[in-house]
Design a protein around this ligand. Structure first.
Ligand SMILES: [Zn+2]
Length: 61
């Protein structure tokens, strides 16, 4: 069963969005998507390398 990479809810409980990463399909629910966007480092345990997903350096303040 497909589950959100952060909250582990399944596609039976929530809508899941598909992410393509390093040749794999990952799934995240809309409620967790803002975390992926704004606090990706919180997902590093579930998503190796996520800590590097932040904004490009030239836009970082
Ligand atoms: Zn979730």
């Amino acid at each position: 069963m497909l589950t959100c990479l952060r909250c582990k809810r399944s596609e039976e409980e929530v809508a899941l969005l598909t992410l393509k990463y390093r040749g794999e399909n990952l799934y995240i629910c809309p409620q967790c998507l803002p975390v992926l966007i704004h606090k990706p480092e919180q997902l590093a345990q579930s998503l190796p390398g996520a800590e590097g997903f932040g904004p490009p350096a030239e836009h970082h303040h």
